[in-house]
Design a protein around this ligand. Sequence first.
Ligand SMILES: *[C@@H]1O[C@H](CO)[C@@H](O)[C@H](O)[C@H]1NC(C)=O
Ligand SMILES: *[C@@H]1O[C@H](CO)[C@@H](O)[C@H](O)[C@H]1NC(C)=O
Ligand SMILES: *[C@@H]1O[C@H](CO)[C@@H](O)[C@H](O)[C@H]1NC(C)=O
Length: 413
Amino acid sequence: MKTYTRDLNAKNSPHSTPRKVFLLALILILLTIIPLCMKSSRSPLPSAKISISEYRKIEIQEKCNIFTGKWVPYPKGPYYTNTSCLLIIDQQNCMKFGRPDTEFMKWRWKPDKCDLPQFNPVQFLELVRGKSMAFVGDSVGRNQMQSLLCLLASVTYPEDISYKHTSNTDYFKRWFYADYNFTIATFWSPFLVEARDADPNGHSLNSLMNLYLDKADEAWVSEIENFDYVIISAGQWFFRPLIYYENHQVVGCHNCHIQNVTALPKYYGYRMAFRTAFRTLQSLKNYKGITFLRTFSPSHFENGDWDKGGNCVRTRPFTSQEIKLDGYIMKFYLTQVEELKAAEKEGMRKGLKFQLMDTTEIMLLRPDGHPNHYGHSLHRSTTVNDCVHWCLPGPIDTWNEFLLHMLKNVREY
Ligand SMILES: *[C@@H]1O[C@H](CO)[C@@H](O)[C@H](O)[C@H]1NC(C)=O
Ligand SMILES: *[C@@H]1O[C@H](CO)[C@@H](O)[C@H](O)[C@H]1NC(C)=O
Ligand SMILES: *[C@@H]1O[C@H](CO)[C@@H](O)[C@H](O)[C@H]1NC(C)=O
């Protein structure tokens, strides 16, 4: 799939007995509440009957919720620079292309009730020794992988072994840390399910595509079974015109304007894609990994739409008074979290862990973290500013602080 341009497009320690009992009770309560709150799969709109705070109570139990808090100034600045990390790609190397301000690199995420530990690359590498980690999704998922490579670069660089696994080495990357026998891979699958171009004029920024909502994309499914950690995400691609298929039949479409095809909201396709992805992971015989859902990453186009000159020129985070999680971002977020909760429940039965990496609201507060026009992609269309991806270094490094924290605290069921 030649779709570079679209990249820019738019839009364990054992628990003590009392804790265990408490946990069990919580889980039981949730198991009874959640099904009642979930609507049937055909419902065109996601139900939003569980509030965010309820979800978070679920996720975090009696521990500190690392995902609620605020950005605080951190004058010491980032973990790495474009000279200490040699793996920053041009698309995300904002300093190389003349971004004049540096304040955006000088903030840290401060959870309300605790501290998020600093990223410790040696600790990370020891935790993942002999293991493998896959990022499944679009270029924002790959952006997190790039951040991780830089965070680890102060200890060691990996070998690029992509060519041993694929001919499409831009989209399917594999890195091997020989000293730690640790593999990182990215699987390009922006819809998670199978997709094909459907526009007679071929692929372009906003061309029509067919989505096979009940068929997970073989590009990742065929190789995922042996991975120990899978970080899955999806986002902006669901805004484009899409025809939805289930069981080989057209069930509707989003933004397709075809007569007698039922219009369905973009949330419909988003929900079904995650449902299919999670169910597929559960059905794979040999999959024993931990699955992390990294939630929807908001874009920040202002002064116009992404394809109409919109840009992102802010140099400071928003405060929580300035912006609220609502509207379509909230719906995307809740849709995928509902599907994760269903997967988590089903996973418990099968001994598979599904966890929430709750990045939506924290990134909503970071309009200052995008490349805007200070990032250069080979295939970039010069009229489109990038307010989707994140500069490196930058706020996306926080996702890997979360990742390390979560790896250290993987819950025992
Ligand atoms: C790093 O950023 C500086 C500006 O801070 C820039 O002059 C330089 O070209 C960049 N170097 C690399 C290797 O990206
Ligand atoms: C490296 O890790 C893989 C699993 O990812 C394992 O199968 C293999 O035995 C390990 N090799 C060594 C030399 O430890
Ligand atoms: C729309 O309906 C007409 C008449 O029922 C049918 O002939 C046509 O094939 C339909 N078009 C599509 C795209 O399904």
